[in-house]
Design a protein around this ligand. Structure first.
Ligand code: FPP
Length: 240
């Protein structure tokens, strides 16, 4: 197995990193944002085409209001600061999640950046914000249901080709599923990240906390991925 086409990162451990360094949790997130930026750069250098960053889940609203506020502020600052440079490097920026729950200002920023970076084709960076895998599947179900009601003549044809038809109603149907999902900080779970798309993803868990995730850690994950044999339920290695 060579280089993954798409890697999704569950960037966990910012709070523990801050605690280890006797810092406020917000400083862990700030360092985490720097690492996210460096990781996208490294990914482009390694020839990876899609990077998903799980930045804020639908469950993260349960955190204290000041932390939620800080995370959204950090996200806006990250976008304002890095978009121009990312566009120059050929990075297309896209969002995945429930836009409705975001502030109008952030929604505007997102739409503007998506439009500005639309024709960049070196790497696509997908920011999962207010994202949940179950919510994505539920939203997809409602949209498919609506489509079937609007076009009852196509019902049999659409139902006959499930699940392929259903996939077209997920948030970003043109993005291939992640080949590799990396979760930092020692937790070994998916936590509602890309539930549908992760059916055949390789999972990689490292004890490293996200703010410490550097080039060496990244290359270790890529090396481990290159050793995995992917069969997709078949017997032979799937041609990549
Ligand atoms: C999990 O660490 C991290 C998050 C919930 C947020 C992820 C956000 C960032 C890495 C920064 C913003 C990202 C971008 C792309 C600007 P945790 O707080 O759950 O850590 P803990 O489990 O150690 O407390």
């Amino acid at each position: 197995m060579g280089i993954p086409t798409h890697i999704a990162f569950i960037m966990d451990g910012n709070g523990r990193w801050a605690k280890q360094h006797r810092l406020d949790r917000s400083e862990g997130h700030a360092k985490g944002a720097e690492v996210a930026e460096a990781t996208v750069r490294l990914s482009a250098d390694r020839g990876i085409r899609y990077v998903t960053l799980f930045a804020f889940s639908t469950e993260n609203w349960k955190r204290p209001e000041n932390e939620v506020h800080f995370l959204f502020q950090l996200l806006s600052e990250y976008l304002l600061e890095h978009t121009e440079e990312m566009i120059k490097k050929g990075v297309r920026i896209r969002f995945m999640g429930r836009m409705k729950g975001l502030s109008p200002a952030l929604q505007d920023l997102i739409r503007r950046i998506e439009a500005q970076s639309f024709s960049c084709d070196r790497l696509q960076m997908i920011l999962a914000v207010n994202y949940g895998g179950r919510q994505e599947i539920s939203d997809g179900f409602l949209r498919l249901h609506e489509a079937l009601n609007n076009d009852p003549g196509r019902k049999d044809e659409m139902i006959a080709s499930l699940p392929e038809t259903f996939e077209r109603y997920l948030y970003l149907p043109d993005i291939p599923p992640p080949d590799l999902i990396i979760r930092t900080s020692g937790e070994k779970r998916i936590s509602n990240c890309l539930l549908w798309q992760s059916a055949y993803s390789e999972l990689y868990f490292t004890d490293t906390l996200w703010p410490d995730f550097d080039e060496k850690c990244f290359d270790e994950a890529l090396k481990e991925y290159s050793r995995r044999k992917r069969r997709f339920g078949g017997l032979d290695e799937h041609p990549s």
